[in-house]
Write a new protein. Structure first.
Length: 293
C-alpha cells in the first residue's frame, strides 16, 4: 500500500444486524470506523418500545460516535463530515438513499457492500430473493457507489455458494453468511483500493436484474401451492416477515405462523413448528390434533 496517503478515516453508514456483521469483520481486520451513521431509534414489538438500531448498540459498546439523522438531505451533516476529514465512507444496509452531496465528500469515494453478484439482484431484498428464486449461486460485491441504485463500478466480487445439502438455507442464516463474507472481502479490498491497485470495472447493465422491497403481506402462503415453492418461501422469509396461513376458527380467520418446515420423503410440505395467533410456539402436530369436546 502507498504510504504517502493520509491516514484512513472511515465513516460507516448502516442500521440492522447485517451491518453489524460487516463491522465485526472490519474490526477483526483492524479497520474501525471513526463515526457511525445509522437510523433513528424506532418502536419495536407489541409494546412499541423505542429501540436503538443494532449498529448504534455496537458503536456505543466501543465508544464510537453515532449520528442518527432523520434524513441525509440535511446539508449541515454533509458539511460536518467534510470538515472532519473523512476520506472513505462505507455503506452496508443503511436503509436510506445516499445523495450526491455525500458521494463527493471522501477522497476515496463511498464503498458499498452488496450481498449479491451484481448486476444480479439490484435492490432491497437480494438475499431473500435469491432463496425465493432457488438460486444457490450467491455471492457478494464491493461497489463504488454512484447516484443510481446498485449501479456503480465493481471493485471486488466473490462467489459464496451454499452446499447443496444445506439448501434451501434459512434467510437469517444466509444474511450472516453473506454479511461476514462481504465484510471480510471489504477489509481485503480497502487497502488495495486506496493504494491504487484496483481499477473499477463497469457493471454489465444490460444483464441487471432487480428485487423489490419485501412487505409483511408477502409472507402469506397457500398450502395448496407447490410444496417446494412453499418451502423456498418459508426459508426466504425466515425471521421477517415470516410465513403464515389462515384457518377458520368458528366465524373468524385465525393466523398461523410457520416457524419450521421441511419436505417429506414423498415431496409434500411437512410443517414442523407453528405459532398460532395469540399462543406460544408449538409443534404443528400438537396444534393440528383434534381437540376433545
Amino acid at each position: 500500500m502507498n504510504t504517502t496517503h493520509k491516514p484512513l478515516k472511515v465513516a460507516f453508514f448502516g442500521t440492522p444486524q447485517i451491518a453489524v456483521w460487516v463491522l465485526e469483520e472490519l474490526e477483526h481486520a483492524g479497520i474501525v470506523p471513526a463515526l457511525l451513521v445509522t437510523n433513528p431509534d424506532a418502536p419495536q414489538g407489541r409494546k412499541n418500545v423505542l429501540t436503538p438500531p443494532p449498529v448504534k448498540v455496537w458503536g456505543e459498546e466501543r465508544h464510537i460516535p453515532v449520528l442518527q439523522p432523520e434524513s441525509l438531505r440535511d446539508s449541515g451533516l454533509a458539511e460536518r463530515l467534510s470538515i472532519e476529514g473523512f476520506n472513505l465512507f462505507i455503506v452496508a444496509a443503511y436503509g436510506k438513499i445516499v445523495p450526491k452531496t455525500f458521494l463527493d465528500i471522501p477522497t476515496h469515494g463511498v464503498l458499498n457492500v452488496h450481498p449479491s453478484l451484481l448486476p444480479h439482484y439490484r435492490g432491497a431484498s437480494p438475499i431473500r430473493s435469491a432463496i425465493l428464486n432457488d438460486d444457490r449461486d450467491t455471492g457478494v460485491t464491493i461497489m463504488l457507489m454512484d447516484e443510481e441504485m446498485d449501479h456503480g463500478p465493481i471493485l471486488a466480487q466473490e462467489h459464496a455458494a451454499i452446499a447443496e445439502t444445506e439448501w434451501p438455507i434459512p434467510g437469517n442464516v444466509l444474511d450472516e453468511h453473506l454479511a461476514r463474507h462481504g465484510g471480510a472481502l471489504l477489509a481485503r479490498t480497502i487497502p488495495l483500493w486506496i493504494g491504487g491497485d484496483i481499477a473499477p470495472q463497469e457493471q454489465d447493465h444490460g444483464a441487471a436484474t432487480y428485487c423489490a422491497k419485501i412487505t409483511r403481506a408477502d409472507g402469506e402462503i397457500n398450502l395448496d401451492d407447490d410444496p417446494y415453492q412453499n418451502l423456498l418461501k418459508i426459508r426466504a422469509y425466515d425471521g421477517w416477515p415470516g410465513t403464515f396461513f389462515f384457518t377458520e376458527k368458528g366465524s373468524r380467520q385465525v393466523r398461523i405462523k410457520i416457524t419450521n418446515a421441511e419436505l417429506a420423503t414423498d415431496g409434500s410440505l411437512q410443517i414442523l413448528r407453528v405459532i398460532p395467533e395469540g399462543k406460544k410456539e408449538m409443534d404443528y402436530t400438537d396444534w393440528a390434533r383434534p381437540k376433545s369436546t
